[in-house]
Design a protein around this ligand. Structure first.
Ligand SMILES: [Zn+2]
Length: 126
């Protein structure tokens, strides 16, 4: 990949900003999960007769789903920092092609070029 040092620094800044945002969101979600856990603990163990039981379960699945998603994004950002460090940043993990500046600008943590990303998403059945 022919990213100049100045460009690498630019993407590193983008990644740092995103990771700071993800960390802040993760902290908020962790607090939200604890709130739901507490609310569930306070309600009676008998969910069937507790009007709040099912609502809290739905809320729990929703927030823990978001939490998982964010954690995965944070891990992707961490891997991007590793690739900057070892010089492989900006190269597609599948085919070895340059990912391209425009795509990196939009998704600095991406690991695949647009062609491979489409192929991989297609395989997942989207
Ligand atoms: Zn590729």
């Amino acid at each position: 990949m022919s990213l100049a040092p100045a460009e690498l620094r630019h993407f590193e800044r983008l990644l740092r900003k995103q990771r700071a945002e993800r960390s802040a969101e993760l902290r908020m979600l962790t607090i939200a999960l604890e709130d739901v856990r507490e609310a569930r603990g306070e309600s009676t163990a008998d969910d069937e007769h507790d009007p709040d039981g099912p609502t809290l379960s739905v809320e729990w699945s929703r927030i823990s789903g978001l939490h998982r998603e964010l954690a995965a994004k944070s891990r992707a950002l961490d891997r991007a920092f590793e690739r900057i460090a070892d010089g492989s940043y900006g190269v597609c993990l599948s085919c070895g092609a340059d990912i391209g500046r425009d795509r990196l600008e939009a998704r600095p943590a991406t690991e695949h070029c647009i062609d491979c990303a489409r192929r991989l998403e297609g395989r997942r059945g989207r």
